[in-house]
Design a protein around this ligand. Sequence first.
Ligand code: GLU
Length: 375
Amino acid sequence: MRDFSRVKRIVVKVGTNLLSSEEGIDRKRVEDICHQIAELKGMGFQVILVTSGAIGLGAKELGHRNKVVHIPMRQACAAIGQPILMSHYRDAFRKEGILTAQVLLTRNDMNNRKTYNNLRASVATLLSMGVVPIFNENDVVSTAEIGSAFGDNDRMSAMVASKMDAGLLVLLTDIDGLYTGNPKKDPDAHLVTEVDEIDDEVLSWAKGAGSTFSTGGMKTKVLAARIASMASCATVIASGYKEGVLAAIARGEEVGTWFHPHAALTQRQRWIINNSHQGAVVVDEGALEALKKKRSLLPSGVIGVQGVFDEGDVIKVLGPDGTTFGKAVTGFDSTAISRMMGRHSDEVDTLFGVDHGDWCIFRPEDLVVGDETTL
Ligand code: GLU
């Protein structure tokens, strides 16, 4: 039984496909989404909207017919399309008596603790005034965020949901939810209504599929649900074409695919997960075992250092075969770790001429364990 009655904040993500029409934007769809968000607000929820569509709209404005792949051109399209997108939302929300605000984000804004705190405070202020903040990626400045596997708005919406403590993330798309196969080709494929654990089987159902102008597919949506679930936030993937879909979801009706929330990680752990890593340390089997038992990482267990990073940066922790084991906040920079790696702490004392005693590279509370898809 879905029960979202204790949810206060909902993040709604709208994809490019849903908004697109022959002429550029489907005004009716935008109006309908804004009307539905007004309904959610009427039910007492605070709503954050994450919208794609800037690149597609900009491309159409420039007369491009096919997917734009050249990154500077995608950025140019985003710069042209974003104000068009906002003007449609502004008009549609105005009809509902709702003010809107534009929030353009790069991943760095989330990574940096100070900008992240500023963001939280300003968005909380907007929400407390009844404004609907409308988020999109700041594609004009963030190249990694457009067209790359890490840069779709599905992922961004999950990070926003996680960082803004939302209880529910709704990913509106052009199909009913997650199917066990391709319903157009496979007669046995059926809609999955509920997912508890996002395991390999669930991921295998969600083969990546995109359309001309959008970035994500079902896979990015399922991965987004995983990010949200780690922040104790439920996710529903549903069709934006279904009438009154948002209110139906919020009432707990069985619409689309519902992904259960899981135990919340601490703010610090979420910050570590959502922070892009600056480099990596490779550790040996012994160290991996120690880390699994929640012990600190000592220099003797490090067998390699990758990249250049500072003390306090987030780094990846790789096993001896290079597979991702976790992400951690490092207590030393890459140069220091390169010097101390493989040595016992008393040797490191001699090397650095300091009787430090405890040369742990990071403590257990500064490590979040996970794999390539979750970190
Ligand atoms: N930020 C991109 C845009 O507004 C969309 C990225 C995505 O499709 O996920 O066009």
